[in-house]
Design a protein around this ligand. Structure first.
Ligand SMILES: Cc1cc2nc3c(=O)[nH]c(=O)nc-3n(C[C@H](O)[C@H](O)[C@H](O)COP(=O)(O)O)c2cc1C
Ligand code: SF4
Ligand code: SF4
Length: 270
């Protein structure tokens, strides 16, 4: 098949998923790469058609071994139209559990034919310089692997006669899903008012519009999905999680998920 355009479709609060999708697109090649960023609420309701001469690369982070609920909601707007899709989940060096299988099942529901899948590692959303979990990832080695993955995908796409002839790709995971997904713990980041300049960046990056700014920063905890985008994007380092359970979880991750994992790729053999 001939691919004229690549569409990167993603939910990526802290930007690691986006970086890997860009690396894969670089490997597939071609100048015509469109970014469809479905992270922010204002992009939540637009239909996203994928045309027959386009290759979609669909990516989301792993939350509690599953896809984030908000990513699923956003992806429901995507119309696969019998086209080819590359599936990417991004996880913070613990595990991706059922997330890639969930993404594959969702992609098929949307009308796509999955051609390949990958689980890549990104800096854990909860991590900080003091409590590191995969800090700095994806790094240059991860990006090189993403580019190489893209090259192999290109070769597979060229060899495909028609999407209907594609053999189903195998990805790990259990169905019914065993991973619990994000559990509702009523915490959200807080702002140190003495450091905050009321610049509004945190509100701009919040995927659920949970933050409002007036003479201070207010966060609606019931809307917060704990993605940590506001913490990582605050130029004054004024936002953080003060909750003790949260700190314990992050410390556990830092102690137990320190051994470097490598990207796993699926669907490229045979
Ligand atoms: C609420 C929440 C739950 C998470 N659960 C997992 C998990 O189960 N396994 C894991 O390895 N990483 C987990 N992570 C880390 C993210 O998957 C990882 O940092 C990813 O790179 C973030 O992608 P983004 O930069 O595109 O937002 C979780 C992050 C958040 C915010
Ligand atoms: S991004 Fe940081 S400095 Fe800016 S308003 Fe939010 S908390 Fe305050
Ligand atoms: S308030 Fe919650 S949902 Fe919004 S950016 Fe911060 S952590 Fe993410």
């Amino acid at each position: 098949m001939e691919i004229k355009r690549i569409k990167l479709i993603y939910f990526s609060p802290t930007g690691t998923t986006r970086k890997i999708l860009e690396g894969i697109a670089q490997g597939v090649g071609g100048d015509d790469v469109e970014q469809v960023d479905l992270t922010l609420p204002e992009n939540a309701h637009q239909p996203v058609p994928v045309l027959s001469d386009e290759l979609a690369i669909l990516g989301a982070p792993v939350y509690g071994g599953r896809l984030p609920v908000d990513a699923i909601k956003r992806f429901k707007q995507v119309q696969g139209e019998n086209g080819l899709v590359v599936l990417v989940v991004m996880y913070g060096n613990r595990e991706f559990d059922d997330a890639l299988l969930e993404l594959k099942n969702l992609a098929r529901e949307l009308g796509f034919h999955p051609i390949a899948g990958g689980a890549f590692i990104g800096e854990h959303s909860f991590a900080s310089p003091g409590i590191p979990v995969a800090n700095g990832r994806p790094d240059s080695l991860d990006i090189q692997k993403a580019v190489k993955f893209g090259r192999k995908i290109k070769a597979k796409v060229i060899a495909v006669q028609s999407p209907n002839t594609l053999i189903d790709i195998n990805v790990p995971g259990s169905y019914p899903y065993e991973a619990a997904g994000t559990r509702t713990i009523a915490v959200s980041p807080v702002t140190r008012q003495d450091a905050c300049t009321l610049c509004g960046t945190c509100a701009d990056v919040c995927p659920t519009a949970a933050i409002s700014i007036d003479d201070g920063v207010t966060t609606e905890v019931e809307h917060c999905i704990r993605c940590c985008a506001c913490i990582k994007s605050c130029p004054e380092e004024a936002r953080g999680m003060e909750n003790e359970t949260w700190k314990q979880i992050t410390t556990w991750l830092s102690k137990n998920c320190g051994l470097r994992k490598e990207p796993q790729l699926f669907g490229l053999d045979g």
